[in-house]
Design a protein around this ligand. Structure first.
Ligand code: F6R
Length: 348
């Protein structure tokens, strides 16, 4: 056995709560989420904007929904990650309030503000105070299954949001992409799961490359939330510092980081999410950006997206990052599920 990532017993010891199992079964969780969300009787009125309120792992579903529907939605989709909501929120707002635990103070505060402003609220939670308050106010609840780390319930969160967005009339034309995305993830998972040896497992190989480096993740605008998910998963599952930015915005600031002292950059690794559907102009500028970083950064790695639709391309890149982050946690000898600092700060 030449690598700790091929030692399944060792993985079991470092990951006793099974973060890698949860990641491996993500496509089935997505299917379950569609089945349960389809059963929810959601009554809506006309709305002019959609706001998704949530924090941390519970904001990611909203960010992905925003990026996915960016070019097709007839209404703006805004993600709010704060105690208060944007000033424009009114009776014309459809407000999705997402808190996996149901106990996050910022999200509960946004929920109360949404009620005062008369927004049409829909709650997404596994229970807690949010469920209690939503029930008391006769607000529709998409009930998420219990027993996950909030960030690991991403399939349930995202697919419930997508089903609700479809009922709201803003995702129905793109629905075919959901089936494609799940099929793509099922195929990819075979080569990334823990049982697949490192020599043929791209996620294990990437984790080994990132071990000892600070990853900075870049993707094009449709992968803004995906690059951010890599960042936060590397933080939480991998216990690693990380950063993310998106292209073309990164051409106007992040690129200058390549001018830092080479010694400082020696431990920085850029990860580029490469999407072959990008146009020629952006692809060639991205290549030039990568060349600049290759000359300066410790390492530059590439991850290729899969699939045709926007959703499959986004989720394929996300899925690699979820696996990589958990394998990195294992390499650092740290339980990918445990996030002590978040828990301590929440307890006050
Ligand atoms: C923990 C995680 C955190 C939480 C965040 C908000 O897995 O990813 O970022 O998502 O602290 O908590 P919830 O999601 O319960 O509202």
């Amino acid at each position: 056995m030449d690598t700790p990532l091929d030692d399944l017993e060792q993985i079991g010891r470092v990951d006793p709560r099974g973060m890698l199992d949860v990641i491996t079964t993500l496509p089935e969780s997505a299917e379950d989420a569609i089945d349960s969300a389809d059963k929810v009787d959601l009554k809506l009125r006309r709305f002019k904007n959609l706001v998704v309120a949530g924090m941390g792992g519970s904001a990611v579903g909203g960010l992905l929904l925003r990026d996915w529907l960016q070019q097709t939605s007839s209404v703006p989709i805004i993600v709010s990650r704060d105690y208060s909501l944007p000033g424009f929120v009114s009776r014309d707002t459809l407000l999705f309030v997402v808190s996996y635990s149901g106990g996050t103070e910022e999200t509960l505060s946004a929920f109360e503000e949404g009620k005062i402003k008369g927004a049409k609220i829909v709650a997404f939670t596994s229970g807690g105070e949010l469920e209690k308050r939503a029930k008391a106010a006769h607000i529709t609840i998409y009930k998420l299954p219990q027993g996950f780390q909030p960030r690991a319930a991403i399939a349930h969160q995202l697919l419930s949001l997508i089903v609700a967005a479809k009922k709201a009339g803003i995702a129905q034309d793109s629905w075919w992409e959901v089936r494609e995305a799940i099929d793509v993830l099922k195929a990819m998972r075979e080569e990334m799961r823990p049982e697949t040896p490192q020599w043929s497992n791209p996620a294990k190989k990437l984790a080994v490359e990132l071990h000892g480096y600070i990853p900075l993740v870049y993707g094009s605008r449709i992968h803004e939330a995906v690059a951010y998910r890599w960042n936060t998963q590397l933080n939480e599952n991998g216990k690693s510092p990380a950063g993310s930015s998106f292209i073309p915005e990164a051409f106007h600031n992040a690129i200058v980081a390549g001018e830092a002292d080479k010694e400082l950059l020696a431990s920085v690794c850029a990860v580029f999410l490469i999407d072959s559907a990008e146009g020629e102009h952006l692809a060639s500028k991205t290549r030039r950006f990568m060349d600049i970083l290759k000359a300066r950064f410790g390492k530059v790695l590439e991850v290729q997206t899969c699939g045709e639709g926007r959703l499959a391309r986004m989720l394929s890149a996300l899925y690699v990052g979820d696996f990589v982050s958990a394998y990195l946690g294992v390499l650092y000898g740290r339980d990918p599920s445990i996030v002590e600092s978040i828990d301590r700060l929440k307890q006050g």
